[in-house]
Design a protein around this ligand. Structure first.
Ligand SMILES: Nc1ncnc2c1ncn2[C@@H]1O[C@H](COP(=O)(O)OP(=O)(O)OP(=O)(O)O)[C@@H](O)[C@H]1O
Length: 302
């Protein structure tokens, strides 16, 4: 499977929601489309799901226009809408019929899919009394019903409480084993749990496309992080004079010492500290920023 998003632009009157956006996705990938509120995620997701038309560009699935391959896309909207008076089983039967799936196939598949999303015991329960997490799981069941090649989810957990969020994230971990997923969210922590690759969108434009390890390695600092008691602070003044020390800044409960070669300089610094009877309570090389910090530094204007 190859999904190509080619140079998509979408304008709403005077607002350009998506601006020359391109990316590709392949089978078995789980990609997080990350961006702050209003970045253009929902607009782009709806264009991929062929619900909205782009003003420029095209979406191809295995080289064919998405409009001819719609049955291979599973789409979970940000706020799935169900009839509260229908049971979970009736909901899937109704939606499956609308998608053109034969009734005998639906009768065979619906119990299996309800089992998969953990709603087998709620098959005859009316959706109106479902929790937010259960509704989202039913939404995922509906998106999976026609056995799509790729499932696209628009902020599936953003509106849920911690329990609902956990239920849905656990389910997504399960379904990603055999489904390609594009997940949009403004919460990096959610994507971090299940995605290996992150595409960051801001003001409708792609500003980053990288794997988790790429992002972390790229943002690793050439620094040594130490924490020492107050009485050892004078030792730092001596350290500050060393040619390999570029600068020292205070950081959390200690200091960041920026150096030229972290590994080599760390041994020198540690030896010098021990010689001077410095009591280190922390000594770390190459401090990595968290993904959340990296994301914020990418999307927040300073
Ligand atoms: N139908 C519309 N008419 C006019 N402007 C729109 C329309 N839909 C979206 N926009 C605007 O386009 C921009 C992108 O919106 P979009 O909903 O795609 O962002 P988003 O990243 O999904 O945000 P959120 O996380 O808040 O849902 C926003 O400025 C939004 O106000």
């Amino acid at each position: 499977m190859r999904l190509e998003i080619n140079n998509i632009t979408k304008r709403f009157k005077h607002k350009t929601a998506v601006h020359h956006f391109s990316m590709e996705m392949y089978s078995n990938e789980c990609v997080g489309l990350i961006g702050p509120n209003g970045a253009g995620k929902s607009t782009l997701i709806q264009i991929i799901a062929d619900i909205l038309n782009a003003d420029e560009g095209n979406i191809l699935l295995d080289g064919k226009k998405i409009s001819t391959k719609k049955n291979q896309i599973g789409y979970l909207p940000q706020y799935p809408n169900f009839f509260s008076w229908m049971t979970a089983y009736e909901t899937l039967l109704f939606m499956g019929t609308l998608s053109g799936i034969a009734k005998n196939i639906l009768q065979q598949d619906i119990p299996l899919i309800l089992e998969k999303v953990g709603l087998a015991n709620e098959s005859q329960t009316k959706v109106g009394i479902f929790s937010g997490g259960m509704k989202q799981r039913l939404g995922i069941a509906q998106a999976l019903l026609h056995k799509p090649t790729i499932i696209i989810m628009d902020e599936p957990v953003s509106a849920l409480d911690p329990i609902g969020r956990r239920e849905v994230l656990n389910l997504m971990k399960e379904i990603k084993k055999d489904t390609t997923i594009l997940l949009s969210t403004h919460i990096l922590g959610d994507a971090e749990e299940i995605c290996e690759r992150f595409v960051v969108i801001k003001n409708g434009q792609k500003i980053e496309d990288a794997t988790k390890s790429d992002l972390l390695n790229r943002n690793q600092e050439s620094a040594i992080y130490i924490a020492i008691p107050k009485e050892n602070f004078k030792w730092l003044q001596k350290v500050d004079q060393f040619p390999y020390v570029k600068k020292i800044v205070s950081y959390e409960d200690g200091f960041k010492i920026f150096v030229n070669e972290p590994e080599v300089n760390a041994s020198q610094l540690l030896q010098f500290g021990l010689d001077e009877k410095v009591c280190f309570t922390k000594f770390e090389i190459g401090i990595k920023e968290s993904l959340e910090e990296i994301f914020l530094s990418l999307v927040v204007d300073v």
